[in-house]
Design a protein around this ligand. Structure first.
Ligand code: ATP
Ligand code: MG
Length: 138
């Protein structure tokens, strides 16, 4: 059965002109783009999205970065979408990401790592609902 996940093309990848290449990799890997929206987000919106990390030392830096420029918010669908997107993204730190992964190809540092992907079913439904209304997901 098809599963949905939530993804963001982060400000570094958009600024560096990699958004279309990242989308092409996602489509080549068999994901359907259910919906996609380009926008900038506020620091407060980033803080709400990443609230699970609020006690981490990098929280401020992360929220400043995520609100530093336009991003693409999207919902993706395929069988096993959550795990398969995580695999396609590569490790959080691009220095240890596998060859061919999006972070290996397009990211420079652990803080600015090109793409976000939900890490579990529960987080995927929270994240999809945080950014999109039901009528946008038909
Ligand atoms: P994401 O949630 O963005 O898909 P992830 O699940 O691979 O990434 P998390 O542990 O959830 O990694 O961390 C969320 C984000 O916080 C990372 O993608 C990265 O941008 C940032 N981050 C994580 N660890 C660090 C760190 N040590 N220093 C700076 N930023 C970090
Ligand atoms: Mg995460």
């Amino acid at each position: 059965m098809a599963q949905r996940t939530f993804s963001i093309i982060k400000p570094d990848a958009v600024k560096n002109g990699h958004a279309a290449a990242v989308l092409a990799d996602i489509e080549k890997a068999g994901f359907k783009i259910v919906t996609i929206r380009k926008q900038s987000i506020s620091k407060e919106q980033a803080q709400g999205f990443y609230y699970v990390h609020k006690e981490r030392p990098f929280f401020g830096e992360l929220c400043n970065f995520m609100s530093s420029g336009p991003i693409f918010l999207m919902v993706l669908e395929k069988e096993n979408a959550i795990a398969d997107l995580r695999k396609l993204m590569g490790a959080t730190n691009p220095a240890s990401a596998e060859e061919g992964t999006i972070r290996k190809k397009y990211a420079k540092s652990i803080g600015e790592n090109a793409i976000h992907g939900s890490d579990a079913e529960e987080t995927a439904s929270f994240e999809i609902g945080y950014w999109f209304a039901g009528y946008e997901l038909i």
